[in-house]
Write a protein that binds this ligand. Structure first.
Ligand SMILES: NC(=O)c1ccc[n+]([C@@H]2O[C@H](COP(=O)([O-])OP(=O)(O)OC[C@H]3O[C@@H](n4cnc5c(N)ncnc54)[C@H](O)[C@@H]3O)[C@@H](O)[C@H]2O)c1
Length: 329
């Protein structure tokens, strides 16, 4: 897809991360000028190897907690639009450090919005999550489902980010694009169940410890499908606040994913379940989002969930260094 904002300058926060670095490449391919602001807490410089050879790309090492640095960056670089992808993206370990989601997600998002307001930049796309629905009773879950209760600090912090963006849209004339992703798969994937299972099975092919009963039903999407959807929505929708679920029309059981992973690795482990419907406190046992709103503007995912799992696995197997770098938090 050609992106009509090709002449624009885009700031991608978290551009060294899994989704952010893929977005950086796509924006550069579309001819845009791209600036990445990242503190490399989970991002990797090597994900930007190709981008760094492009004269339209600049990489800034900075922390979103530093409001002055953000204000200065936006002032010096003449940004037209911000893609705010930086976050603590890990749902599972929220309870181990109860301020992390507040600081890296909610307060960081407020800083991004403030720096934009001060520099008169008014267009923001935001990576939210299906976790903001907690454990909804409607499946597939539409964007306007009644919100029951929040079940994770991550979901709660992201919902607060959404609320701040909406209030800046109303109060300061911003345009907001809020994307609620299911779990994303693909090249440069550094966290999530495929990562965990692949790492464990390489360490010990004879046994696999699984959190929960393995019957959790989850939806996943391939990273390039996710980027197609975001770019299309920003291109086509002009509303003040544009909210889209992003996912596929389907879900799998964790056990289905385990079958694909073990087959590809050629292992036959004894699978040991920790038991219970949820893998951890805040794990939603059934995630399946209604994506008719994004489909109505002309988007369709191209990669199925299990093909996405396989693509991710292939990438991990060709980049095994990733498996040893990230520790459990
Ligand atoms: N991966 C998924 O399945 C998924 C699902 C739903 C939503 N999301 C959201 O999508 C976005 C990208 O996720 P991801 O999987 O690429 O995660 P990631 O951890 O790979 O990327 C996050 C990036 O943000 C950077 N970062 C974090 N805190 C920062 C700070 N304070 N200042 C500057 N940079 C900072 C990290 O270094 C990293 O490069 C996140 O907002 C995440 O919450 C991801």
């Amino acid at each position: 897809m050609t992106f009509s904002s090709a002449q624009d300058t885009h700031l991608v926060t978290g551009g060294a991360g899994f989704i952010g670095s893929n977005l950086v490449d796509r924006l550069l391919q579309g001819g845009c000028r791209v600036i990445t602001f990242d503190n490399f807490s989970t991002g990797k410089r090597c994900f930007l190897e190709q981008a760094l050879t492009n004269q339209n790309f600049s990489l800034l090492d900075g922390n979103l907690s530093d409001l002055n640095a953000l204000i200065q960056t936006m002032k010096e670089t003449h940004i037209d639009m911000v893609w705010h992808m930086a976050a603590n993206a890990d749902v599972r370990f929220g309870l181990n450090h109860p301020r992390k989601d507040l600081e890296q997600n909610t307060i960081a998002t407020h800083n991004v919005l403030e720096a934009m307001r001060i520099n008169n930049i008014k267009k923001i796309a935001f990576s939210s999550t299906g976790s903001i629905y907690g454990e909804p009773s409607v499946h597939p879950t539409p964007e306007n489902t009644p919100f029951p209760v929040q079940t994770s600090l991550y979901g709660a912090s992201k919902l607060a980010c959404e609320a701040l963006i909406q209030a800046y849209c109303e109060g300061f004339g911003f345009s907001g694009y809020i994307f609620r992703f299911v779990s994303v798969l693909g090249e440069r994937y550094t966290h999530g169940h495929v990562f965990d299972f692949c790492r464990k099975l390489i360490d010990n092919p004879h046994e696999l410890q699984v959190l929960g009963d393995g019957r959790q039903r989850k939806s996943y999407m391939y990273v390039q499908d996710c980027l197609d959807a975001m770019l299309l929505a920003v291109e086509k929708c002009q509303g003040k606040v544009n909210i889209f679920n992003l996912g596929v029309n389907d879900y799998v059981e964790i056990n289905d994913s385990i079958k694909v992973i073990t087959k590809r690795l050629g292992v036959n482990p004894k699978v040991k379940y920790s038991g219970g419907e949820r893998g951890w406190i805040g794990d939603n046992p059934f995630i399946w989002l209604d994506t008719s709103r994004i489909q109505a503007i002309g988007w369709q995912p191209k990669v199925s969930i299990l093909d996405g799992v396989l693509k991710t696995l292939e990438w991990l197997l060709s980049n095994r260094w990733v498996l040893t770098e990230r520790s459990e938090e």
